[in-house]
Design a protein around this ligand. Structure first.
Ligand code: NI
Length: 205
């Protein structure tokens, strides 16, 4: 009786595992959206980030090298985003403000996935509304495609009749912490609260 039940339980568990694995294999977009955090950990630090060349909100061309020597707190999004981006940027900004002088070792960076609308001027007014040190980065569609790929970010243009431009972006909402040497360190979910983020940022070595 016991053995029979155990066998049944094992079968159910095996079925769930196979079903889950199949779903993730068949629907990569679902995987990216549902499992960004665990996915990133498995991929490991070497594969997230890397060289980029972009244009900052002052219109100046910059590369990843310009950010060396400080941690980067990086979020990808777009200025027309109605909800996720503003809340993530608010949490980032408040967390930095909360840790005082320790925040000076960290450069907050917002990289646009919507270079069509996010010109440097558009980014400038946007980033300044969140934090005086928040750096907005945009570029050509090719520049953005490269950095999106390097950071394993999911960003997809989708039709949106409610938007004046007729489109919006579905995008992943991970907040990355990159080391002063440019390598990946850790990440936060955009749902992280200010206190939790501030604690972890304050503990950076
Ligand atoms: Ni967004």
């Amino acid at each position: 009786m016991f053995a029979k039940r155990l066998r049944l339980a094992l079968l159910v568990v095996a079925g769930l595992i196979v079903g889950g694995a199949l779903a993730l294999a068949v629907f990569p977009e679902a995987r990216d959206r549902l499992l960004p955090a665990s996915n990133m950990r498995v991929i490991g630090q070497a594969l997230i980030g890397g060289p980029f060349e972009l244009t900052d909100h002052a219109g100046k061309r910059v590369t990843d090298q310009d950010f060396r020597g400080r941690y980067m707190l990086v979020f990808f999004g777009f200025t027309f985003c109605p909800d996720v981006c503003p809340s993530a940027l608010q949490v980032m900004s408040a967390a930095l403000d909360k840790i005082g002088a320790k925040a000076e070792r960290i450069t907050p960076v917002f990289i646009s996935v919507d270079p069509e609308r996010d010109t440097p001027a558009q980014l400038a007014s946007y980033v300044q509304s969140f934090h005086p040190r928040l750096v907005g980065l945009t570029g050509s569609p090719e520049d953005i495609a490269r950095v999106v790929k390097a950071y394993r970010v999911y960003a997809k243009k989708v039709e949106d009749p409610k938007s004046s431009a007729g489109y919006t972006y579905d995008h992943s909402s991970i907040i990355y912490v990159m080391n002063p040497d440019g390598t990946y360190r850790t990440h936060f979910a955009h749902t992280t609260n200010v206190d939790a983020m501030a604690d972890r940022l304050a503990k950076l070595p």
